[in-house]
Design a binder for this molecule. Structure first.
Ligand SMILES: Nc1nc2c(ncn2[C@@H]2O[C@H](COP(=O)(O)OP(=O)(O)O)[C@@H](O)[C@H]2O)c(=O)[nH]1
Ligand SMILES: [Mg+2]
Length: 389
């Protein structure tokens, strides 16, 4: 799974990315700083199963801090987008290339209105424009690809609607889109019976498909500068208030042992003497970000993208169903992110193809009940897969 960080230049994408991954994305106050896509690892946060079981865990594929499990997901800092990108303007094509594999997008906007459409410093810019333009750009990009290939798609599929969906999915597979998503979008646009689509129907379909295959979460960044726009826009848009800069400062302070802080928390503890400047910066973050919005918003964004937009759950596979360990005695070693509705068999295949092939059943370790391959998993399940020869 991959989450794309998108938005026009200078809204704080690299700061957001760096805070999320603590990698060294270049951060600077001029357009097009990020000319190469940065790929890194961020973490979603969930209460760890070790908490309800009162166990100490030994995580392997993830991290447990104060009984919170942090599970890795791939994050990509996409090159800055400007209007007209779908026609190749700005870093347009590169932007779109980077987008292909993203399963969901976090759209960073400068909610303080201090960045204009080209990414230059200004005052009073309306961030709502950015929300609209980004969706439009991506919709147009989808539409462009469909338009370009429509003749071929139509010729191959004109006799059967089923073929149309298969053909569409094939033409769009480069965008990380599958048949199920295409089928859903066809249905939502009310085009289930026809293969003869008008231009406006193709457009409508492109928009639906974009919504399904690249859902967008809006991160209202730079909330520390001016929350005015946030208060007016929040009624019309689902937005998460964010201060990427505050999160980056907190994570860096945590890394150097100045504070104790867990991403997503609403407070931190100062651990040692700090100078006056640091103390004031930390106080500012506590008073103007954490106290007002309950967190810096970064953790909330990645969690909402993965568990909200993408509807994923977390499951712990184990080998010993009473000790919750792997065969080396590690307690709750792995936490897997799976789509809601996944079955015990899906989990087996995720662990290893071999395990999937040899699946004969599974044990729900919390209830000690044996379950079959069709058994739908729930968030937080601990599962032992049983294999035959
Ligand atoms: N006040 C404030 N400034 C921020 C925040 N996030 C980023 N910035 C600043 O905005 C400028 C652009 O940030 P950058 O991450 O390079 O933007 P990008 O071009 O979208 O990658 C830099 O000067 C950052 O320090 C924030 O949450 N609050
Ligand atoms: Mg950047």
């Amino acid at each position: 799974m991959e989450i794309g960080i998108v938005g026009k230049p200078n809204v704080g994408k690299s700061t957001f990315f760096k805070a999320l991954t603590l990698a060294d994305a270049e951060i600077a106050n001029f357009p097009f700083t990020t000319i190469k896509a940065n790929i890194g690892v961020g973490y979603v946060r969930k209460e760890c199963a070790c908490r309800s079981l009162s166990l100490e865990c030994n995580p392997k594929n993830s991290v447990c801090k104060e009984k919170n499990r942090f599970i890795p997901v791939r994050v990509i800092d996409v090159a800055g987008l400007v209007p007209g990108a779908h026609e190749g303007k700005g870093l347009g094509n590169r932007f779109l290339d980077d987008l292909r594999q993203a399963d969901a997008l976090i759209h960073i906007i400068d909610i303080s209105g201090r960045t204009n459409e080209r990414g230059e410093v200004t005052r009073g810019y309306e961030p709502e424009k950015d929300i609209k333009f980004l969706e439009e750009e991506i919709d147009l990009w989808f539409y462009g690809i469909l338009r370009k290939n429509w003749g071929r798609i139509y010729n191959k599929a004109k006799h059967s609607h089923k073929d149309l969906i298969i053909e569409l999915a094939e033409q769009l597979s480069g965008l990380g889109i599958n048949e199920k998503q295409v089928g859903e979008a066809v249905k939502m646009s009310g085009l289930t019976e026809s293969t003869e689509w008008s231009d406006s129907q193709i457009k409508e379909f492109a928009t639906r498909l974009r919504n399904i295959s690249k859902p967008i979460l809006i991160a209202a960044n730079k909330i520390d500068l001016d929350p005015g726009n946030f208060e007016t826009l929040r009624e019309r848009y689902d937005m998460i208030p964010v201060s990427a800069e505050a999160e980056l400062a907190l994570r860096q302070a945590e890394k150097s042992g100045i504070i104790s802080y867990l991403p997503g928390d609403k407070e931190f503890k100062i651990l040692r003497d700090v100078d006056e400047r640091q103390r004031r910066a930390l106080e500012f973050i506590q008073n103007n970000v954490l106290n007002k919005y309950n967190s810096t918003g970064i953790q909330n964004c990645i969690n909402t993208a993965v568990f909200g937009l993408l509807k994923q759950i977390v499951v712990y596979p184990v080998e010993n169903e009473s000790k919750f360990t792997d065969n080396r005695g590690n307690v709750l070693p792995d936490a897997y992110i799976l789509p809601e509705g996944s079955t015990a068999l899906d989990l087996a295949y995720r662990v290893h193809t071999d395990i999937g092939n040899k699946f004969i059943g599974a044990i729900d370790c919390r209830t000690r009940m044996k379950v079959g391959k069709e058994h739908r998993l729930s968030d937080g399940d601990i599962i032992k897969v049983l294999t035959g020869r």
